[in-house]
Design a protein around this ligand. Structure first.
Ligand code: NAD
Ligand code: DAU
Length: 352
């Protein structure tokens, strides 16, 4: 049974929920969180688990191969859940090199460290790679869904880098026989998401009376899943999934951006005590994202039928919970947007 789990990117949005779930649910595991603490990594996301006796944080870059190899030895790592990545599509358009470095070379560095550490003794080992539905490309409006058999067709530097990392993971399975899993998930939302992504950015802008920049006409469609449901899916698949397999994860929950934005405006105004529709005036249509994929929608029936996982939360309830969380944690939001948290961790852990 795997008990020494290396979680990469555990100080980020989804990673922090995965670390919290594993550290609390599995007291007899050792959870090692390897994170570089880029702008997106924030140890404040993990305040409630940082003292747990089964939890260790290591500040390091997944591209630093020697350090990664040393970690495998030091902690006798037998399971990896790999989330560390550059994750924002807009940033990948302006800075593609960083995405190739971290997402492709970083993943390769982890795979090769695992191969050397495990040295063919695959029994009880697992490399679980957390990926995205964006590798499948774009769907037509009202067309079908992405299944595990959908051909890869990435369009952004971000999705191209994630597709490449997925291919490397499968190459290690096919070439060396390494037990690997790939999960491809749809858009996540919930607490601790960096406010460059649509939902926390817009909640914060409504709070501050700033414009809400809707790309194009707001016609693009995304399939939204509450982040804790994603963390539960990872737990389920890491423990009961078939090694070598791919599982799609999604909420069966498609929303046009403009409809989601109206829901966000309504919910946020209501919780702030503003008159109904007060923040509608902030909606501002701006130039579209380059190469903006029209629609993503996941068929998660394989995961449901094989492993019994289902999303637990209705979207309206999840959005209300999320808006409430950001409004109640304005100190977190202000810390992240002011850059104060970066200065604090720089002082603690040195320059990044
Ligand atoms: P995030 O940007 O919030 O967090 C990424 C984390 O990785 C940060 O803590 C950052 O410090 C760390 N990191 C970045 N580069 C690193 C490096 N070189 N070495 C070590 N750590 C590094 O991302 P997220 O939204 O939580 O996404 C996590 C994973 O899930 C990513 O692999 C992403 O592709 C995937 N994913 C995200 C979504 C989504 O909706 N956010 C959906 C599907 C899949
Ligand atoms: O589908 C999974 C992916 O979802 C993950 O792999 C990515 O890591 C994650 O960032 C997310 O990518 P998106 O590009 O879909 O998420 P984002 O929040 O950036 O944008 C959601 C939609 O909203 C998208 O159609 C672009 C649009 N948008 C976004 C921003 C930030 C706007 O209209 N205005 C904005 O300001």
């Amino acid at each position: 049974m795997r008990r020494n789990i290396l979680i990469t990117g555990g100080a980020g949005f989804i990673g922090s929920h995965v670390v919290r779930l594993f550290a609390t649910k599995y007291p007899d595991y050792r959870i090692v969180n390897l994170d570089k603490l880029t702008y997106a990594g924030n140890l404040a996301n993990l305040r409630d688990v940082e003292q747990a006796p089964n939890y260790t944080f290591v500040k390091a870059d997944i591209c630093d191969f020697d350090t990664v190899c040393a970690l495998f030895r030091r902690y006798a790592v037998d399971g990896v859940i790999h989330l560390a990545a550059e994750s924002h599509v807009d940033r990948s358009i302006t800075d593609p090199f960083t995405f190739a470095r971290t997402n492709v070379m970083g993943t390769l560095s982890l795979l090769e460290a695992a191969r050397r550490a495990w040295n063919g003794a695959w029994e009880g080992k697992l490399f679980h790679h957390v990926s995205t539905d964006e590798v499948y490309g774009a769907l037509e409006a009202g067309g079908g869904l992405f299944t595990e058999e959908t051909k890869y067709d990435p369009h952004s530097p971000y999705s191209a880098s994630k597709a490449s990392s997925d291919h490397f993971v499968r190459a290690y399975r096919d070439t060396y026989g390494m037990p690997t899993l790939v999960t491809n998930c749809s858009n996540n939302y919930g607490p601790y998401q960096f406010p460059e992504k649509l939902i926390p950015l817009f909640i914060n802008n409504i709070r501050q009376g700033r414009p809400l920049p809707v790309y194009g006409r707001g016609e693009n469609v995304r399939d939204w899943l509450y982040v804790e449901d994603h963390a539960r899916a990872i737990d389920t698949i890491f423990h009961r999934g078939r090694a070598g397999a791919t599982y799609n994860i999604g909420g069966f929950n498609e929303w046009r951006n403009i409809d989601l934005i109206r829901l966000l405006v309504r919910t946020t105004d209501q919780l702030l005590g503003n008159p109904e529709g007060a923040s509608e005036r902030l909606v501002t249509f701006v130039t579209d994202r380059a190469g903006h994929d029209l629609r993503y929608a996941i068929d998660a029936s394989k995961l449901r039928d094989e492993l019994g996982w289902e999303p637990s939360l209705q979207f309206e309830e999840g959005i209300e919970r999320t808006v409430r969380w950001y409004l109640d944690h304005s100190d977190w939001m202000d810390g992240v947007t002011s850059g104060a948290y970066e200065k604090y961790y720089e002082a603690m852990y040195g320059n990044r």
